[in-house]
Design a protein around this ligand. Structure first.
Ligand code: ADP
Ligand code: MG
Length: 446
């Protein structure tokens, strides 16, 4: 029996597992509704939550319920309509009702309906890869075979790979399309070996029109899987069926990958995705916000795009949190809300500044002039702030000690080092100093 109490204890468990920001954004707002048959219904504040939780937390929640009930439990998420939310986001799956059969097809082929060409923002960093994927989707098995997509984590490889499948199915709903991760390939091969059903395993692949294998690098070092994949590859290739794989490395850098496979991968087209430029990040943010029914100004989009440097997955994650806070607090997405959210997420992450920015913030805070920081004065109300500024430069710029020394009136690097150590030691015991430095850091958006 899954009761409200059980849900509360699951929440406690998740609180321990997840980072606090994720817990507060996504799990805390979920309420228990009912348990009927084998289905638990939980409710969430908006449609947008349903989508996000399904994608990121559903598995964990179901596992926890399963442990309690001792059998498998299914989970339904409903939206709490009684809450009057002026800006309820529109459904993120607008196409679901228009074309159910197409949606079913996508699901059957393990394709995520959001991963389409339409939803893919094109810019310099990915236009070549995007174009090659479109060409392949338009003419599977005819143009580039195999197509080898490579690029860093979170840059859109899986999205493009699945877009090929979705497009091929849209054009020809009868096409036999299969998307899988290389791990799944390995697991299903192992299962077939154990059950003595390798013939079925092989037949399944022979009849495909398009085979898409994601993160192929994971079969490196697994001999039997490479062998099997090699044969699958050859069969499909010879019958002019399309093969697309993704990887975080180019074939020649895939250590522990058999040479014959590497050369097969390299015989078609190798297409790469580069890290996103600012414009693409802004366009992606605006597109996702719009799709979820939120308005986002350019300044907010550029703020987020500049803050999140690493990859598009992280960009999406941060935007998701901004949208969640917006719907939870019923506030529009504006600069304040974005800054609060980002500070929550990246509070601990060090942001790099330049010396001048720090000097400016310090003199403003203490009511001094830049020239004071560079002076020889040892009076407490000047030397103190100078030490603080040197400390902040050491912590939040990439400048070396001698460089910092030069920027503070040509001081020796040991003098700077001494000042930095002094502030560090004082910070442990001096609350006032601690607060002052925090105020300055806030000014600097640290
Ligand atoms: P990878 O497989 O390279 O690690 P993904 O394809 O999973 O990366 O992309 C991470 C997330 O970013 C996905 O949700 C994807 O939809 C999104 N994404 C990546 N590139 C783009 C793009 N150009 N336009 C829109 N969304 C993108
Ligand atoms: Mg991927």
């Amino acid at each position: 029996m899954i009761t409200n109490e059980v849900w509360k204890s699951c929440q406690t468990e998740l609180r321990h597992k997840l980072n606090p920001h994720n817990y507060d954004s996504w799990i805390a707002p979920i309420s228990y509704e009912s348990f009927e048959g084998d289905t638990v219904t939980l409710s969430v504040p908006s449609v947008f939550f349903v989508d996000w939780i399904e994608e990121h937390y559903k598995g964990q929640i179901i596992d926890l319920f399963g442990d309690v009930a001792g059998k498998s439990i299914s989970l339904k998420l409903s939206v709490r309509h009684e809450l009057d939310r002026g800006a309820e986001p529109s459904s993120p799956l607008p196409k679901a009702s228009d074309a159910p059969s197409y949606m079913e097809l996508l699901e059957k082929c393990s394709l995520n309906e959001k991963h389409t060409f339409r939803n893919f923002v094109v810019g310099k960093s990915n236009e070549f890869c995007h174009a090659s994927c479109q060409a392949v989707a338009a003419n599977p098995g005819r143009v580039y075979n195999p197509l080898f997509i490579y690029g860093g984590v979170g840059l859109g490889k899986t999205h493009l790979l699945q877009a090929i499948g979705a497009e091929a199915l849209r054009k020809n709903p009868k096409a036999n399309v299969l998307y899988m991760t290389s791990e799944k390939f390995v697991n299903s091969m192992i299962n077939s070996l154990q059950q003595g059903s390798m013939a079925n395993f092989r037949n399944k692949y022979r009849s495909l029109d398009v085979l898409m294998v994601d993160d192929i690098q994971f079969i490196a070092g697994k001999e039997r899987s490479q062998e099997e994949f090699f044969h699958t590859f050859n069969t499909l290739y010879e019958s002019k069926k399309q093969i697309v794989v993704t990887s975080d490395k180019i074939p020649k850098d895939m250590k522990n990958m058999e040479e014959r496979l590497r050369s097969r991968f390299a015989c078609g087209l190798i297409s790469d995705i580069q890290p996103p430029e600012l414009e693409i990040k802004i366009a992606i943010l605006k597109q996702i916000a719009k799709r979820n029914g939120f308005d986002m100004d350019d300044d907010v989009a550029s703020y987020l795009a500049e803050k999140i440097k690493s990859n598009i997955r992280e960009l999406e994650g941060s935007l998701a949190r901004v949208m969640a806070y917006s719907s939870l607090t019923n506030r529009p997405i504006n600069m304040d809300l974005a800054q609060e959210t980002i500070r929550g997420i990246y509070g601990e992450v060090v942001r790099m500044l330049d010396i001048k920015q720090i000097q400016k913030a310090v003199v403003e805070y203490y009511g001094l002039k830049i020239i004071d920081l560079k002076s020889r004065s040892r009076s407490k109300n000047i030397a103190g702030p100078r030490h603080v500024a040197e400390y902040l430069c050491r912590e939040f710029t990439t400048a070396s000690l001698p460089e910092i020394g030069r920027s503070f009136g040509g001081r020796d690097h040991t003098t700077v080092l001494h000042a930095v150590s002094k502030i560090k030691a004082d910070l442990e015991v001096n609350t006032q100093l601690y607060n002052e430095i925090n105020e300055i850091k806030k000014k600097l958006d640290l």
